[in-house]
Ligand binder design. Structure first.
Ligand code: NAD
Ligand code: DAU
Length: 350
C-alpha cells in the first residue's frame, strides 16, 4: 500500500467543501499547502454556500456543482486526485428527525458511490469524516474507538452506516480508508440552524434562544480549525489505513453554559432564554477519548474554548452580510416548522 505523500503539489477532492467544516478545511489546507490544488464537489443544498469559498485563488480551486450520489459527477471530480476527504452529508439532527430520507441517501448511499469510484483509482488516502454521535449517548466515561456503535438519531445512524461502509472498503478491497469521529465543531461559516450560530445570531437580533428541555445536555466543543488540523495530520500519517480516530477537545460543556457565555459576550439579557419542548431522543452527553490520536501523531487541540467562542461571536457580529440573507431565505420556513409550535416550558427572568 502506497504511503501518503507530502501534501505540497497534491490534488485533493473535498466533497461537501461549500459547507461549514468542508469550507473551513479548504481555507486551512490551502493556507498550509499553497501549491496544492483542491477540487470541491458540492451539490449546494441549503447548507452549502458557494460564498464560503470566497477568497480562495482560482488557480488553487476547481469547484464542481454536483452530487456524491451521482457516479458520473463523482468520476469526473476524482479524476487525477490523490486524496479524498468526504465531508458531504446531511448533518442536522433535527432535520433528520423531521425527514430522514435524504440522510440515508447522502450519508450512506453517497459514501457507497464515492467508495466505488475510489477503489478503481490509486488513491493515497480516502478520509471519511464521521462523527462522535455514532457511539450514541455516553452517560459515563469517554468513548474510545473500540466502543460499540449505538447511534440514536436517524442522522447518527446514517453516519454510522457511512462510517462502517468506508471501513468495509478497506477490509475488502484495500481502499486506503481512514475514519475520523469528531465532537461538536463551532467557528465561522456554520449554518445558523446549529446551536452556536443560531443562538449568536438570534441574540444579536434580540430574538429568543430556544433551549431544548433542561439545557443540561453536554457536548465536547472543538474549534473547527482544530478539527481541520487533525484531518491534515491524518492525511499525512503513514500506516494507518483501516483505522478510526476520535477527535475531541476536552471542552465538555452543557447547553446552558454555552448560552450564558454567548449572552455575556454580546451583552444581552438572560431573559432571551426560553426553555422549549425537548428534541425527541435527545442524547444527553457525548464524550470522547481521543488520546490515541495524540499518542500516535502528537496532535493536540490548540484553541482554548474562551478564545474560540469569543472569536466566533466576533465573526458573526462582523459578518452579518453572510448570515442575514440565509435567515431571510429557506431558513425562515424551517424555523417556523421547527420552533413555531414548540411548547415553551419556561421563560427565564433577567
Ligand atoms: P454542513 O451541513 O454545514 O455541510 C454539508 C455540505 O455537504 C454542504 O455544503 C452541502 O451542500 C453538501 N452536501 C450535502 N449533500 C450532498 C450531496 N448529496 N452531494 C454533494 N454535496 C452534498 O455540515 P458540516 O457541519 O460542515 O459537517 C461536515 C461533515 O462533518 C459531515 O459529514 C458531518 O457529519 C461531519 N461532522 C460534523 C460535525 C459538526 O459539529 N458540525 C462534527 C463531526 C462530524
Ligand atoms: O457531535 C457532533 C455532531 O454535532 C455533528 O455530527 C452534527 O453534524 C452536528 O449537528 C452536532 O450535533 P448536535 O445535535 O450535538 O448539535 P446541535 O447544534 O444541533 O445541538 C447542540 C446541543 O444544543 C444539543 O444538546 C441540542 C441543543 N440545542 C440545539 C438547538 C439547535 C438546543 O437546546 N436548542 C436548539 O435550538
Amino acid at each position: 500500500m502506497a504511503e501518503p505523500a507530502r501534501l505540497d503539489g497534491s490534488r485533493v477532492l473535498v466533497t461537501g467543501g461549500a459547507g461549514f467544516i468542508g469550507a473551513n478545511f479548504v481555507h486551512h489546507f490551502l493556507r498550509r499547502f499553497p501549491d496544492a490544488h483542491v477540487v470541491v464537489l458540492d451539490s449546494l443544498t441549503y447548507a452549502g454556500r458557494r460564498e464560503n469559498l470566497d477568497g480562495i485563488p482560482t488557480r488553487s480551486l476547481t469547484f464542481m456543482h454536483g452530487d456524491i450520489r451521482d457516479p458520473a459527477a463523482v468520476a469526473l471530480a476524482m479524476e487525477g486526485c490523490d486524496h479524498v476527504l468526504n465531508f458531504a452529508a446531511e448533518s442536522h439532527v433535527d432535520r433528520s428527525i423531521e425527514a430522514p430520507g435524504d440522510f440515508i441517501q447522502t450519508d450512506v448511499y453517497g459514501v457507497f458511490v464515492l467508495c466505488e469510484e475510489a477503489r478503481r483509482r490509486g488513491l493515497r488516502r480516502f478520509l471519511q469524516v464521521s462523527t462522535d454521535e455514532v457511539y450514541g449517548e455516553v452517560l459515563e466515561g469517554h468513548a474510545t474507538e473500540a466502543w460499540p456503535l449505538m447511534p440514536r438519531s436517524p442522522y447518527a445512524a446514517s453516519k454510522a452506516g457511512g462510517d462502517r461502509l468506508a471501513f468495509a472498503y478497506w477490509a475488502t478491497y484495500g481502499l486506503p480508508v481512514v475514519v475520523t469521529r469528531c465532537t461538536n465543531n463551532y467557528g465561522p461559516r456554520q449554518y445558523p440552524e446549529k446551536l452556536v450560530p443560531l443562538f449568536v445570531t438570534n441574540a444579536i437580533e434580540g430574538q429568543p434562544l430556544p433551549v431544548y428541555g433542561t439545557g443540561l445536555n453536554r457536548r465536547d466543543w472543538i474549534h473547527v480549525e482544530d478539527h481541520c488540523s487533525a484531518l491534515v495530520t491524518l492525511l499525512t500519517q503513514p500506516g494507518i489505513e483501516g483505522e478510526t480516530f476520535n477527535v475531541g477537545a476536552g471542552n465538555e460543556l452543557d447547553v446552558l453554559t454555552i448560552t450564558g457565555t454567548i449572552l455575556k459576550l454580546l451583552g444581552k439579557p438572560g431573559s432571551l432564554v426560553r426553555h422549549v419542548e425537548d428534541r425527541p431522543g435527545h442524547d444527553r452527553r457525548y464524550a470522547l477519548d481521543s488520546s490515541r490520536l495524540t499518542r500516535l501523531t502528537g496532535w493536540k487541540p490548540a484553541v482554548a474554548f474562551e478564545d474560540g467562542i469569543r472569536q466566533t461571536v466576533e465573526w458573526y457580529r462582523a459578518n452579518e452580510a453572510w448570515w442575514r440573507p440565509i435567515k431571510e431565505g429557506e431558513f425562515r420556513a424551517y424555523y417556523e416548522r421547527m420552533y413555531g409550535t414548540r411548547k415553551v416550558l419556561k421563560e427565564v427572568r433577567a
